[in-house]
Design a protein around this ligand. Structure first.
Ligand SMILES: O=P(O)(O)O[C@@H]1[C@@H](OP(=O)(O)O)[C@H](OP(=O)(O)O)[C@H](O)[C@H](OP(=O)(O)O)[C@H]1OP(=O)(O)O
Ligand SMILES: Nc1ncnc2c1ncn2[C@@H]1O[C@H](COP(=O)(O)OP(=O)(O)OP(=O)(O)O)[C@@H](O)[C@H]1O
Length: 469
């Protein structure tokens, strides 16, 4: 031990008696922890590369790589960033002893070859959540077939103080493929971003839910940031009207990116997607717009995410008994855990297992494991985020461009937060699901659904602004 390099942060309180106070060296005692942390990140990378990338598409997923980091660097960094962390996350402490991290491209930026304009790229991050109503025959609570998980969960989150206002966003509108419904869904995300929307400019966060959740984020401030990107709205309209037009342009850009095939190649024929569904709690439910459900273009990012989410075809109600079957089997045969790859490794054979389990429940462990693995993959897709980064470009770059209006933008679409969900989170999911449903039933008995909005009228104005993608 080199005395001049001793650092009090490498030591922690261990215990004390009458005469001695004992401290222990953290690195030594946590050596196993370091190895586990490294394996944990390795698992994330493998899962991204070998499971989520083949399912969601090469172009959307960046698997990243594990990097070793000097402990002193991590320690200094944790002190530096502490003040900027939102209060609601500060109960989590950064692990400064693992000595490793996950290195990813900064998705709020565009690659340098796209820099043809002085204006920094804008990036919109959306966490869309689950975009379909369960269709499993094991679902017993009728309301689960009518009201989506996100909308029901809102009531529970409000009651628990996670948020102070209900979000009017409904994932089923976003995943509908109808530009009108998507427009309204994104508008609702802007009004109440919670943890479902963030906007960055030049890599800096400029719009998200406030740390003080009681305060609504400032849309006027956002519009000031956006003005330089949508000049013609300012010349065509005045004051309030120009702000509305700017938001409308932004929303259309987001819609175009979400419906595009993610790169310059145009997507194939729009198909009628599986999710021609409506949520009864969506503010659009009673509007004439309800009839619009066009399905998602096959290769667009939302279609990819929805297909993976729908691997959950039993719902937690049908999955839980299979999870119990697996648990019981592993109690009897603990060594089977590795062969069945319950919690990895996430190599090619993992995805193979997911694809080749028996199609009918023959009572086998293979069937139960296959469904549990599918469910876990679906959970990842229900909790991932989409990042759309765009920057103005010249007409000559148009081939890569989103051009919903009179502007030309280069863009890229990525999916992030694709961490594997552990199988032991399934009992928690099961309990949470029942709490959410029961709370929703109780709370809406007294307060009924959210008030119907005047959106259709307002939306007819926006509809005039749509252009082909
Ligand atoms: O269960 P949900 O739907 O509440 O999702 C959790 C998210 O809450 P949300 O509803 O999006 O506000 C939750 O989001 P926050 O951290 O609360 O922003 C996490 O993403 C959580 O994932 P993990 O357990 O940290 O891997 C998510 O948990 P998982 O269910 O994906 O494990
Ligand atoms: N590659 C990236 N480029 C730019 N920003 C990123 C990138 N990865 C993550 N972020 C930002 O960091 C935030 C947190 O990352 P991430 O969602 O992966 O964390 P998490 O702890 O897994 O979140 P969750 O609680 O949703 O599970 C993201 O919402 C995004 O704003």
């Amino acid at each position: 031990m080199e005395l001049d390099k001793m650092d009090e942060n490498d030591w922690k309180y261990h215990g004390e008696g009458n005469k001695s106070l004992v401290v222990s060296h953290v690195q030594v005692s946590d050596r196993l922890g370091t190895k586990q942390a490294f394996q944990h990140i390795r698992n994330i990378v493998d899962y991204n590369k070998n499971v989520m990338k083949p399912l969601l598409g090469e172009k959307y997923v960046h698997s990243g790589e594990v990097v070793k980091l000097p402990l002193e660097f991590v320690r200094q960094l944790s002190l530096k960033v502490q003040q900027e962390r939102p209060e609601l996350r500060c109960d989590k402490v950064m692990d400064t002893f693992s000595g490793c991290g996950l290195c990813l491209p900064n998705l709020t930026q565009l690659s340098p070859c796209h820099f043809g304009d002085h204006r920094p790229p804008l990036c919109v991050e959306i966490k869309p959540k689950c975009g379909f109503l369960p269709f499993s025959r094991y679902v017993t609570k009728e309301c689960k077939r009518k009201v989506c998980r996100f909308c029901m969960h809102q009531h529970f989150k409000l009651a628990n103080g996670k948020w102070n206002r209900l979000s009017r966003y409904c994932p089923l509108d976003l995943f509908s493929g109808s530009k009108q419904r998507m427009y309204v869904a994104i508008k609702h995300l802007l009004e109440e971003p919670q943890n479902n929307l963030k906007i960055f400019k030049g890599g800096e966060l400029i719009y998200s839910c406030n740390d003080d959740a009681k305060q609504q984020p400032d849309l006027n401030e956002l519009v000031q940031h956006l003005r330089p990107y949508f000049h013609h709205c300012i010349s065509l309209y005045n004051g309030h009207q120009s702000s509305k037009a700017i938001f409308s342009e932004l929303i259309q850009l987001i819609c175009s990116a979400l419906l595009s095939s993610g790169d310059s190649k145009r997507s194939v024929e729009p198909r009628k997607a599986e999710s021609r569904q409506f949520c009864e709690a969506s503010p659009l439910h009673r509007d004439p717009l309800r009839s619009g459900s066009h399905g998602l273009p096959r290769d667009c990012v939302l279609s990819k995410i929805l297909q993976v989410q729908m691997l959950d075809n039993l719902d937690i109600d049908g999955l839980y008994p299979l999870y119990k079957r697996v648990e019981q089997y592993l109690e009897e045969f603990p060594k089977e855990r590795n062969r069945l790859q319950i919690d990895g490794p996430y190599d090619e054979s993992f995805l193979e297992k997911v694809k080749t389990y028996p199609s009918e429940d023959d009572g086998s462990i293979e069937y139960a494991v296959g469904k549990v693995l599918q469910y876990r993959i679906a959970m990842t897709a229900k909790d991932c985020s989409v990042m759309i980064t765009f920057a103005p470009c010249g007409q000559d770059e148009k081939i890569f461009a989103l051009a919903p209006a009179k502007h030309c933008f280069t863009y890229s679409v990525s999916i992030l937060d694709l961490d594997p969900k552990p199988s032991d989170s399934i009992p928690h999911q099961y309990k949470l699901d029942s709490k959410i449903v029961n709370y929703y039933l109780r709370s809406t008995n007294t307060s009924q659904d959210r008030p119907s909005s005047n959106l259709y009228k307002e939306h007819q104005e926006c509809m005039l602004l749509f252009h082909p993608v």
